[in-house]
Write a protein that binds this ligand. Structure first.
Ligand code: FES
Length: 572
């Protein structure tokens, strides 16, 4: 017997299938639908619009265009809400809620009758959450990115969130600008709805989604408020119907080849370090393990080609004007798995061919003249991070990438906030700032507090960078010599928990090493003297989170949400 489709899918249990469908139709007809409409392929549209999420502020227009596309292709669009998460409106941190959003997406896609789903996301955690959820739900799925915000202008200087937010805040902390100017620039940093305009996590995940084959070709780069973005939305709706008809389910797209392409693109765009955590989590849902050592090897042969802030100088809208991902993929072609399938039913190689020969532009560099000779992200190991750590070398100070210094330790975020700006803080520009307890369980939720501010007294003296180490993350819009994702984290007793003020730490990006120059015996003694108490919670989501969240090298997903069995590695 054929599997049920459309409205007949996933009937509610009343013990009588015929009655279940009869009742379902009766209710939907209350909204004025005809039998003819209800017979069509159903395309669910995950609506993540929220007053708390200006990065998704164009969702209503996108939904209208998706619906148009679905109906032009003869399908029935059905919009439904899911959780929405914005970076600046989620406490303690958006990452704490990513897995909840992925569960919401997965279960709503599963529970409601739909033959395909359009996932509308954009702000940092929403695209990974949707891809994780859709990967587990398994039906034909297509990602629609909300698109980047426009850039603004502050006293004739072009500005955009959030690299410039950090830069101006740094100037204010160093007393280089006054309260009036910082208030002025606050009005200009986010010039329209849409996602951050630099290569932060949102732009990174948009490019990764296209590299995975999960968006329409050209779906990553159009800004939120442009006609191009609306056109992509219409095409997305149309294509969703085709995917439903062809049975082009997500497992045919999220293959090892697709993840390998995504890793290449992450390196070549100087993408956010968060991209690795999210990619690992999405792959984990498909039973695939991202090989961090291989990612590092790929990094050595994959140059950074995209000249976008914070590694370069341009913004997302410039990338779009330069041809977007087609320009980048054309340049990266020799390094890509061209056989990877995409949502169009064509391979990535075929889509690159269809995009033509390109044109003169200066945002995507030719592979012979990269902006940075190696991939943006390096994977470090050593006795301080036996499970690995990462550094975004393309956004680091070259002078500090080979460095040994004295540890200045902060036990947690509160300790940091209390002391970092004190004139009494015992710190010099040659020291190494260490922040503990901001890992997956530590904060909890692995907040983006790894971008430890330069101590005020050093900032005032003109210091722009200092080596910083933590088990947390940092925003993709940040820059500096910053070691992140130290695994295992301090809150579960990783070596980072036992670093003390005055210890020596060596960072060598060249040797991919992060070493605490303290003997194993001494570390064991410290562990015995001050044993770590792993955080717990009494109830609710926090309890679920603390009991099941995995470490950074496993994607910070919940252990029970990963595929039950790992079936392969990426790259293969
Ligand atoms: Fe939403 Fe930056 S805050 S993309």
């Amino acid at each position: 017997m054929d599997k049920p489709t459309g409205l007949k899918k996933g009937l509610t249990s009343y013990g009588d299938q015929g009655f279940s469908l009869f009742l379902r139709k009766a209710f939907i007809k209350g909204a004025g639908y005809t039998d003819s409409a209800l017979d069509r392929p159903v395309v669910g549209i995950a609506n993540t619009s929220s007053a708390y999420n200006p990065c998704h502020g164009n969702a209503p227009q996108l939904i209208e265009a998706v619906k148009r596309g679905v109906m032009l292709a003869g399908g029935l669009p059905m919009e439904f809400p899911t959780i929405s998460i914005h970076e600046s409106f989620a406490a303690p941190t958006s990452m704490y809620l990513r897995n909840l959003m992925s569960m919401d997406t997965e279960e709503m896609v599963r529970a409601q009758p739909m033959d395909a789903v359009v996932l509308i996301g954009g702000c940092d955690k929403t695209v990974p959450a949707q891809l994780m959820g859709a990967a587990s739900a398994g039906i034909p799925s297509i990602q629609l990115i909300t698109g980047s915000m426009l850039t603004g202008s502050h006293r004739s200087e072009r500005v955009g969130a959030c690299t410039d937010c950090r830069r101006y805040w740094g100037k204010f902390r160093a007393s280089e600008i006054d309260e009036d100017e910082v208030a002025d620039v606050n009005n200009q940093l986010v010039a329209s709805v849409g996602t951050c305009s630099v290569m932060g996590t949102a732009s990174t995940m948009a490019c990764i989604a296209e590299a995975l084959g999960m968006t329409m070709p050209g779906g990553a780069s159009p800004p939120a408020v442009t006609a191009d973005r609306i056109r992509i939305a219409e095409q997305t709706g149309t294509q969703a119907v085709q995917m439903a008809r062809d049975g082009l389910s997500i497992d045919k797209i999220l293959t090892p080849a697709a993840f390998e392409n995504a890793m290449r693109v992450l390196l070549a765009i100087g993408g956010s370090t968060n991209g690795i955590v999210h990619l690992t989590a999405i792959a984990g849902r498909m039973g695939l393990e991202i090989d961090l050592a291989a990612l590092d090897r790929m990094g050595r042969e994959t140059p950074v080609l995209l000249d976008l802030k914070p590694s370069g100088q341009h913004y997302m809208e410039d990338f779009h004007h330069a041809g977007g991902m087609a320009t980048l993929l054309r340049e990266l072609k020799p390094l890509l798995r061209l056989d990877a399938m995409t949502v169009t039913g064509r391979t990535l190689g075929e889509e690159i061919e269809r995009s033509g020969t390109g044109f003169q532009q200066d945002v995507v560099r030719p592979i012979t003249d990269p902006i940075y000779p190696q991939g943006g992200i390096a994977v470090l190991r050593g006795n301080l991070a036996p499970g690995g750590a990462i550094i975004k070398q393309s956004a680091a100070d070259p002078q500090l990438m080979e460095h040994e210094g004295r540890a200045v330790v902060f036990e947690n975020i509160e300790d940091l906030l209390t002391r970092i700006d004190s004139d009494d803080l015992d710190v010099t520009a040659l020291d190494v700032l260490v922040l503990k307890n901001i890992g997956p369980k530590g904060a909890p939720g692995m907040p983006e507090a790894g971008y430890i501010p330069i101590p005020r007294k050093l900032a005032r003296a003109g210091v722009k960078d200092i080596v910083r180490i933590s088990d947390g993350r940092m925003s993709g819009t940040a820059f500096g010599t910053i070691v992140l994702h130290v695994t295992p984290e301090s809150a579960i007793g990783g070596p980072l928990a036992h670093v003390r003020h005055g210890d020596r730490i060596r960072l060598s990006v060249r040797d991919r090493e992060i070493a605490l120059l303290v003997s194993d015996e001494e570390l064991a003694r410290r562990a015995e003297e001050a044993p770590v108490v792993v955080p717990t919670a009494e109830r609710g989501y926090r309890k679920l989170f603390l009991e099941t969240v995995t470490q950074a090298d496993k994607g910070v997903d919940f252990d029970f949400l990963q595929a039950p069995k790992m079936v392969g590695k990426v790259p293969e």
